[in-house]
Design a protein around this ligand. Structure first.
Ligand SMILES: [Zn+2]
Length: 100
């Protein structure tokens, strides 16, 4: 996916910090990590928050779920509040269009 300079319209590589055309500092619209976060439709247990994070960050989903459960017990109710916030905040995966 290419970004374009807001000043001159040159194509900017995703990791570039300055525009190759006019040298203006590239302003990032949003963190790329949050854009990748979505809750998959099938590989989920409660809200799909663990599945979304493991997919986006490459973490082991089993380990992530164990950590979530342990935190849920020891940090009650902080983890539950964070989980629900993520549940609301992370968009759901867009399902494939139904076959007619
Ligand atoms: Zn430019």
């Amino acid at each position: 996916m290419n970004n374009f300079c807001s000043a001159c319209g040159s194509a900017i590589t995703p990791d570039a910090r300055f525009c190759p055309g006019c040298g203006v500092t590239v302003v990032r619209v949003a963190a790329t990590a949050t854009r990748q976060l979505f809750r998959p439709l099938y590989d989920r247990r409660i809200g799909g928050v663990c599945a979304a994070m493991s997919r986006a960050w490459g973490w082991d989903i089993g380990l992530l779920r164990i950590l979530t459960v342990l935190c849920g017990i020891f940090l009650f109710p902080l983890t539950e509040i964070c989980y629900i916030a993520c549940w609301i905040g992370i968009p759901e995966e867009i399902p494939a269009p139904p076959v007619l």
